[in-house]
Write a protein that binds this ligand. Structure first.
Ligand SMILES: [Zn+2]
Length: 105
């Protein structure tokens, strides 16, 4: 039975981690991803790179940043504003997970 611990929660979404199976649930808008810790870290890294590439449009409300998914016919689309919010959420959660690992939990 999973025992999810919330790492981050705000009006846009949340990130929760189960110490038992080490899976991470990341919700943003209407999408929820269920990821292994490795997949979560890879996603956080990928979002960080994309966000940095679009640093010039952090205030842009227009959804024109596409992100491919493992499903060939499904893409995610973000505005610069949304991508920044997602990046901050994932990064804060990733750092918390790192701290937890260092503390042995
Ligand atoms: Zn679990």
């Amino acid at each position: 039975m999973c025992d999810f611990h919330v790492l981050h929660h705000d009006g846009r979404g949340y990130v929760a981690h189960c110490a038992g199976c080490r899976r991470v649930q990341a919700a943003f808008g209407n999408v929820v991803l269920s990821l292994t810790q490795e997949e979560f870290e890879a996603l956080a890294k990928r979002i960080a790179v994309r966000e940095e590439e679009h640093a010039h449009c952090r205030d842009c409300p227009v959804k024109d940043i596409y992100l491919h998914t493992p499903a060939e016919n499904m893409l995610f689309v973000f505005s610069g504003k949304e991508l920044l919010a997602l990046h901050e959420m994932l990064e804060q959660s990733r750092l918390l997970l790192e701290v937890k690992a260092l503390l042995g939990g």
